[in-house]
Design a protein around this ligand. Structure first.
Ligand code: ME8
Length: 510
């Protein structure tokens, strides 16, 4: 049965150009979207840009530009990056679009109608860099300046403001976390959110009067909406809200919002509360991944170590980068980016293990079988070890990806690649041509079967290279999804001459 799936990335602030951290979340979301499509699900994958608020307004002012012209320019960098990263997003949303402003107004009006909003006065600490309010007990002080836990300086804000009755939803949220244990992942983030909510929720200031760059509050144009209320709404705007008869509304609630750990509070506390208060369903899951540092240091403009994903793609190729990002660090943990680690993964796992396996197998079929795929053969005792690894491989990888364990899923697939390398060495099909050509053909066919399986399952991670491998394996374009694996390729299929899939990198140069 076709099921719907909806995956999102955060919408990125357009105060600056994209870096490798943004690429990370986007590639992870792309892998999920592609994996689900391979299963035959109907998928909606959304990414985009967050363009309102004080932080973006300030960045525009610093650039000497009008905010709309500025956001048009920076948003385009993020849109271009979707191409550079090979993302298969179905939509790209900008919060300055009229469809989004209409959705924000509709959500506000719904909340107001349900008496979830009241007018008051905000007085407290605000970090423009995080676009977040903080309680006094969360701050630390250095040289007379107060800082939020994220390291962002805070300033004292006092202005009239509308409030959302967040405190009222405290018990409902705690209940929700308890009954839907899968709602926040990983476990460490879930615990962090639960303890924050348990410590007591204050009503949330959701409008500002001290600047103009935002969605005006309906009927109160001197107020603009708090940028996080505006930003979070993007996930339903793109699904058609407020038109719940829209074609895309079937995708709501989202299957998973992928976010960095910095913004889990907004997604796992405010967002379900806003939605519930407006009579809408909360998303099914929020997964907060960890933070990349660069050669041991925080990535920052002032340190000059911000990594441009476009340059990385140019240097190492897109698929090795996608593979590295999801293989190197357990999704959910922090990790360190180093060129050496990338080069090691590329050389060892992609070029040596997978690339060589494909090249050896396909070259032997070219040379010894006139480039024609040998017939399927019975599985002899010597083949059983390898074939046992294929039993329930898809289900295992599927389960790992449902938990967003990308690194484990890759490890599961590469266990098969490593076993196939041992198998080819042990069976030595090159030595069988004269002694036992029937067995040689069987071994090559078995290796082809394994390679087809591996290439099919790796498509979400490395779409271009795995498509090239499937071309070399003679798999028709319409037989590359998971279901198609049930139908073996006919014996005698002509295979094109193989060519290398990955280019090795000199470690010194890395
Ligand atoms: O927070 N390591 O936008 P943002 C890993 N507009 N991931 C990183 C990273 C790093 N060093 N740096 C950034 C916002 N990210 C809001 C979101 S959503 C309704 C609004 C990734 O441009 C990670 O996904 O600051 C993080 O959550 C996101 O970029 C923050 O992007």
């Amino acid at each position: 049965m076709t099921e719907t799936r909806y995956v999102t990335t955060p919408i990125y602030y357009v105060n600056d150009k994209p870096h490798v951290g943004h690429a990370y979340t986007s590639v992870a979301a792309d892998v999920l979207a592609r994996w689900w499509r391979l299963q035959g699900h109907e998928v909606f994958f959304l990414t985009g840009t967050d363009e309102h608020g004080q932080k973006v307004e300030k960045a525009a002012r610093d650039a000497g530009m009008d905010p709309q012209a500025f956001t048009d320019r920076v948003s385009q960098h993020f849109r271009d990056l979707t191409g550079t990263l090979g993302l298969s997003n179905d939509d790209f949303i900008r919060t300055t679009e009229s469809r989004h402003k209409a959705a924000c107004s509709a959500l506000w009006e719904e909340l107001a109608k349900r008496d979830e909003i009241y007018l008051g006065h905000y007085e407290g600490w605000y970090a423009v860099r995080d676009e977040a309010f903080y309680g006094p007990d969360e701050l630390t002080e250095r040289d007379g300046v107060k800082y939020a836990p994220s390291g962002a300086p805070v300033e004292w804000v006092r202005e009239p403001s509308y409030f959302f009755r967040l405190s009222k939803w405290q018990n409902w949220l705690l209940d929700y976390y308890n009954t839907k244990v899968e709602f926040i992942a990983p476990e460490s983030r879930r615990n962090e959110v639960i303890s924050f909510v348990k410590s007591g929720l204050q009503d949330l200031s959701i409008s500002r009067t001290s600047f103009r760059w935002g969605v005006p509050v309906p009927g109160e144009p001197s107020h603009v909406m708090y940028v996080w209320l505006d930003a979070l709404t993007n996930y339903i705007t793109a699904a058609g809200y407020p038109d719940t008869m829209a074609e895309r509304w079937k995708f709501w609630p989202a299957s998973v919002h992928l976010v960095g750990k910095d913004i889990v509070r907004f997604h796992a506390i405010y967002w379900p509360a806003f939605l519930k208060a407006a009579g809408l369903e909360p998303p099914k899951r929020v997964f907060a991944h960890g933070w990349w540092t660069i050669e041991g240091q925080k990535m920052s403009k002032s340190l000059g170590n911000v990594i441009d994903p476009v340059a990385l793609v140019a240097e190492y190729g897109l698929d090795p980068l996608r593979y590295f990002l999801l293989r190197e660090v357990p999704f959910g943990s922090d990790g360190d980016f180093s060129r050496k680690a990338l080069a090691n993964r590329l050389n060892g796992e992609l070029a040596d293990a997978l690339g060589n396996l494909a090249n050896r197998t396909l070259s032997l079929i070219q040379r010894n079988c006139e480039g024609k795929l040998p017939a399927e053969a019975t599985i002899s005792p010597a083949d059983e070890g390898l074939f046992n690894l294929l039993i329930s491989l898809q289900a295992t990888v599927g389960g790992e990806l449902s938990d967003q364990k990308f690194h484990v899923a890759l490890e599961t697939i590469f266990r098969v690649v490593r076993a196939a390398n041992v198998y080819i060495t042990e069976q030595a099909p090159w030595a069988l041509k004269k002694t036992d050509p029937v067995r040689m053909a069987a071994v090559l066919r078995h290796l082809h079967t394994v390679l087809r399986r591996v290439a099919t399952m790796l498509q979400p991670f490395m779409p271009t290279t795995m498509n090239a491998l499937l071309d070399q394996l003679g798999v028709p374009k319409d037989a590359r999804d998971i279901m198609a694996l049930r139908t073996p390729l006919p014996a005698g299929t002509t295979l094109p001459p193989p060519s290398p899939l990955f280019r090795k990198i000199e470690i010194e140069a890395a």
